[in-house]
Design a protein around this ligand. Structure first.
Ligand code: MGD
Ligand code: MGD
Ligand code: MO
Length: 758
């Protein structure tokens, strides 16, 4: 067992620590020689889009536009390490199953297609043609197309996503779950009901114009580090930045720009949060209601805007005014004094932006909470004017684009109509399985085939034991992937690994080198051009894999799959005819910086059923009383599962969570010092964590208690280690996003500690 260290991080976010970590990850991956050249091409008009987060690229960009965690994401892809057939010959799957996720990632890039051989319990090489033929045979042997599940993660390009959903629908199903189901699904559901569109109404330019930013439940210091540069510019201008986060995230306090020589040399950090509030878990609905109440009581609602552009205001006002302050205080975890202060700041601002992330969406009342944010924005006319609007912070670099391209288990009839007309077929109309429903369907045998276009379904999903058992019941599991991960080890009766090109790599097809496009969190669509030699000559692009699989599976398909694969401009021409907003796609996307999707609410046109923006709200009491409370005599805590600084979702880069002072291990449990004392524990004790749900208990063993600035009654630890505790049937109302941020748990001290330490 190697050593671990728990310290108190005192430095600003960014700074020298960030630079050191960037260089270390390039060195560790043996990528330093092309590393520097590679970084110069990142997020530039003629380079590749960073495969890290979905943050946007500034118009007047610096010669560097990257961050520490973007460097880690690129270094992980551009690594010099390789997983070859020899590696698989040397290790059985039983042995690989014993290894950590960090180990699997560490082995490097996959180099050729592999198929599972049960006799030897190993993956053995197969040719691409054999791989496609086997998958096609399996698919065509299913009793119904609905027995197949086609998952997508959010790195897939627009072109690959478009071809993929076309193939899946020509095959005959809408079973297209994606990582969005576990991520911003509540956003995509809540926003269209309120204002007609489920995307950010702001661009990066608006962050330069705003004077008030309210940030709910996300941690950009780790998850969108380039946002800190934007926020520090806003802070320097005097904008107020109000942060709502139960955890005291050091990355939201002060920032030292690692690409700003003067700041670095003078050690001159910029404050980020002007105000920091620590609500209780899920308290954000009540917070937004408290802001609304303050505006209605003593502020200046924008009456002209409300009258001209909205519907439902009177009911909303009555509901808010009839909610007692005591209830708002209790449910939010903030005092009336604080809530009125927040309300006043918001009321006085000329243009406000609301941002939010997983702290909001992975909660039971996520949809209602997001609609309450929109109500508060509408109260002050903060939509459709410069420097103002809702800004969900999307996760994966193209998760938003994938949805735009039709990766959705509940496609609209209009989309299916356009798709069918363009490609001369009748798309299935019945809705498909989302992520939770997919696990249930595999569990009870309704689904027998799983295909993952990227991602790591086995580890990203809730209720690990059930998710793994579900995948193991499949007749076949297939993964298009760059690196080895758990989903390749937890497999069906037959299993294939199809290694693909990454976004940083040159993709040559019949008509020459190809670019792909992505859509960032601000709805900017732009081209991404790889510049690295592929990790192996046997890799295929995601587009090529989908096209060749479609050709093998659907011999009668009228779609010219191989022609589309040979020239991605042809795919974009088809997208232009099917997806509204992408007219003249090729022409517009080849311009530097690409183009912005036209979103009607930005000009105060509301594509809702009522033609207006809708105030939508529920009584706070219904939200407060609507939580399952397990019956146990032990003290219950609410656990949130979050990301460390050294991971990208299920990809574990290392064991450093720098801003939270954790080094050398990941099995930690953050807890308030008084809770530690009241439980008769001490910091650095080891505990087992048990979650309690309607269907029973789940246990995660051996977690180190770390004293932390977190409200009493709440705990935090890392995903994916804690996914074992998230019950499959605990999800956001209507959106069905697993409630990974609020799991009822109890703690028990153990001897522990021998396991899982790096
Ligand atoms: N380096 C890196 N970058 C990433 C990722 C990564 O894993 N690593 N993942 C990408 C993806 S897919 C996504 S979706 C994003 C995720 O980005 P984030 O949304 O920032 O992700 P989380 O780590 O889940 O952090 C959620 C935050 O919510 C807070 N929180 C928890 N419960 C509540 C609550 O009830 N109310 C409030 N107000 N806050 C709460 C937590 O304290 C935590 O700070 O990042 C993307 N970028
Ligand atoms: N408990 C808990 N669970 C969560 C969350 C949480 O906060 N708590 N967050 C949820 C969220 S927000 C999300 S988005 C999901 C993430 O779920 P996923 O998107 O399924 O998971 P990732 O870990 O991002 O996927 C990583 C894998 O993608 C593959 N990959 C990387 N680059 C490429 C590429 O260019 N092409 C292809 N084909 N494959 C590639 C690699 O094999 C890598 O191992 O997890 C969710 N699960
Ligand atoms: Mo995400």
């Amino acid at each position: 067992m190697s050593s671990f260290k728990i310290t108190h991080y005192q430095q600003p976010a960014g700074g020298w620590g960030s630079l050191r970590a960037s260089l270390r990850s390039l060195r560790q991956e043996h990528a330093l020689t092309d590393g520097a050249a590679l970084l110069l091409k990142m997020n530039q008009a003629e380079g590749f889009d960073c495969p890290g987060c979905a943050w946007g690229d500034p118009e007047a960009h610096s010669s560097f536009e990257f961050c520490e965690n973007g460097v880690k994401a690129v270094a992980a892809e551009a690594t010099g390490k390789r997983v070859t057939a020899d590696f698989f010959a040397a290790h059985t799957l039983s042995w690989l199953a014993e290894q950590t996720d960090y180990f699997l990632e560490e082995q490097g890039r996959l180099t050729e297609p592999m198929a599972y051989d049960p006799q030897s319990d190993r993956y053995v090489p197969v040719s691409w043609d054999t791989a496609f033929a086997r998958i096609a045979a399996q698919l065509n042997a299913l009793a119904s197309p609905d027995e197949a599940i086609f998952y997508t993660s959010g790195r897939t390009s627009n072109e690959a996503a478009f071809l993929y959903q076309l193939f899946v629908r020509e095959f005959g199903t809408n079973n297209l779950p994606d990582c969005s189901n576990m991520c911003h699904e509540p956003t995509s559901l809540a926003m269209p009901e309120s204002i007609g569109v489920g995307k950010a109404m702001v661009t990066l330019d608006d962050f330069e114009l705003t004077d008030t930013i309210l940030m709910f439940g996300h941690n950009p210091g780790t998850c969108a580090p380039r946002m800190l540069a934007t926020l520090s510019e806003a802070s320097k201008r005097g904008a107020r930045i109000l942060v709502f986060n139960p955890l005291h995230e050091r990355g939201l306090e002060r920032f030292l720009h690692p690409q700003h020589p003067v700041e670095m040399l003078t050690n001159h950090a910029t404050p980020i949060a002007s105000h920091y509030y620590q609500p209780r878990s899920g308290g954000d609905y009540a917070i937004a209601m408290g802001i609304a109440r303050t505006i209605l009581e003593s502020g200046n609602p924008d009456q002209a805007f409300i009258e001209e552009h909205t519907q439902g205001f009177d009911g909303f006002r009555d509901l808010v005014m009839n909610t007692p302050w005591t209830q708002i205080e209790e449910q939010s975890g903030l005092s009336r004094h604080d809530l009125e202060e927040i309300g006043r700041i918001y009321d006085q601002g000329q243009a406000a932006i609301f941002t939010w992330g997983m702290g909001i969406t992975q909660q039971k009342h996520a949809v209602a909470t997001i609609q309450m944010f929109l109500n508060v924005l509408l109260l002050k006319g903060n939509i459709g004017k410069p420097g103002a609007g809702p800004s969900p912070i999307r996760g994966h670099s193209n998760v938003q684009g994938d949805r735009t391209m039709g990766i959705y288990e509940k496609p609209s009839p209009e989309f299916l109509q356009r798709l069918g007309a363009e490609f001369h077929f009748a798309p299935p109309r019945q809705h498909g399985y989302d992520t939770v429903a997919s696990i249930e369907a595999m569990e009870d045998g309704r689904a027998k085939f799983f295909f993952g276009l990227g991602g790591n379904f086995a580890n990203a999903t809730p209720d690990t034991a059930r998710a793994h058992a579900a995948l193991r019941r499949c007749a076949m599991t297939v993964h298009v992937t760059t690196k080895l991960n758990r989903s390749h080890i937890v497999h069906g009766e037959q299993s294939l690994i199809l290694p693909c090109l990454g976004r940083t790599e040159i993709d040559i097809q019949k008509t020459g080198p190809q670019g792909v496009t992505v859509e960032d969190t601000f709805c900017m669509v732009h081209i991404s051009q790889g510049m690295n030699e592929p990790a192996s000559p046997s890799l295929l692009s995601e587009c090529a894999i989908v096209a060749r699989l479609a050709r093998a599976t659907l011999p009668l398909s009228p779609t010219p799959w191989l022609q589309l694969m040979g020239d991605y401009d042809l795919i974009r021409d088809r997208i232009a005819r099917v997806v509204p907003g992408f007219e003249h796609f090729n022409e517009r996307v080849h311009k530097p910086r690409g183009f912005h999707l036209d979103l009607p609410p930005r000009s105060r046109v509301w594509p809702t059923a009522s033609g207006k923006a809708n105030f939508l709200a529920k009584a706070l009491s219904t939200i407060a009383d609507d939580h399952f409370v397990p019956q146990t005599s032990e003290k219950l805590f609410t656990l949130m599962t979050i990301r460390s600084h050294d991971q990208y979702n299920t990809t574990i880069y290392g064991y450093e969570d720098r801003y939270r002072g954790v080094s050398g291990l990941r099995n930690v449990c953050f807890m308030h010092p008084e809770d530690i004392r009241d439980m008769g524990f001490q910091a650095n004790d080891w505990v087992d964590i048990t979650s309690h749900w309607t269907d029973g208990e789940r246990v995660a063993r051996d977690f180190l208690l770390v004293a932390f600035d977190i409200p009493k009654g709440m705990l935090a630890g890392y995903y994916p280690e804690l996914n074992v505790l998230v019950p499959l049937s605990s999800y956001a109302d209507r959106a069905r996003t697993p409630t990974s941020k609020s799991i009822p748990v109890t703690l028990a001290r153990t001897k522990g500690g021998e396991h899982h330490v790096a």
